[in-house]
Ligand binder design. Structure first.
Ligand code: FES
Length: 243
């Protein structure tokens, strides 16, 4: 594989052909914010280039539209700008779009203070949400003894699906539906406790929002696995309808 040269914010960098703009920027010490991108799985040869949030957009000379840097390969001679007023405004608007149907009960959210979406909004100075969209009102799935799934806070980054399917080879989650109705759910729309979920917690670990969080007492699950005499049950009855 041959090397290519690109210029990012005035810095020339040489990278192998096939490198994404985001990876090339990293090599040039240029920071591009990301949200749906699942960091480091590329090091294990796993592709997660969903490109759904468009927080990582950049300008490329000669291209009329912004491109998402996390899933666009750099090309030889590309001149890339990551920090222009137009780029910053586009990123901010893309974040606002994500927030337009997001439940903003941050102060009572278990991810408050450790939420990537919240941190990014602070970093990009998102103060008001201009597009106001319809809010989802989907049932919370608290059937699992280890995690709680709140689909109303999901941004469809699908990191959880990659973690469950590719990293853990469990494959308990799926993307279902289209457009506003799209949702990440347990496969087949059944409560999580009825799936092959093994309570590893990897989905919660990679979730950038409060859509999947660990129960405070997840350790009890592991204790029960180590000692089956300690039986663990869900704290509440499984939801009857889970999307
Ligand atoms: Fe690139 Fe989401 S981080 S599109």
């Amino acid at each position: 594989m041959s090397d290519i040269r690109v210029i990012i914010d005035g810095r020339e960098v040489t990278v192998p052909e096939g490198t994404t703009i985001l990876e090339a920027a990293k090599k040039a010490n240029v920071k591009i914010p990301t949200l749906c991108y699942l960091k480091d799985v590329g090091l294990k040869g796993i592709k997660h280039d969903i490109g759904s949030c468009r927080v990582c957009v950049v300008e490329v000379d000669g291209k009329p539209d912004f491109v998402s840097s996390c899933n666009t390969p750099a090309e030889n001679g590309m001149v890339i700008k990551t920090n222009t007023p137009k780029v910053l405004a586009a990123r901010k608007l893309n974040l606002e779009m994500l927030l337009s149907d997001h439940h903003l009960d941050c102060t009572t959210c278990p991810k408050n203070g450790i939420c990537e979406l919240q941190s990014l909004c602070a970093e990009l100075n998102v103060r008001a949400i201009r597009p106001q969209g319809e809010m989802k009102s989907l049932p919370i799935d608290d059937s699992s003894p280890s995690i709680i799934r709140n689909p109303n806070k999901c941004i469809l980054c699908q990191r959880c699906i990659t973690a469950c399917k590719v990293l853990q080879t469990v494959d308990a989650l799926e993307l279902y539906g289209n457009g506003f109705d799209a949702v990440v759910r347990p496969k087949g729309g059944i409560p999580l406790i009825e799936t092959q979920c093994v309570n590893c917690g990897q989905c919660a670990l990679v979730c950038p929002t409060g859509a999947i969080v660990e129960r405070d007492d997840t350790w009890k699950v592991w204790e029960a696995i180590a000692d089956p005499s300690k039986h663990v049950v869900a704290q509440t009855a499984p939801s009857t309808h889970v999307t």
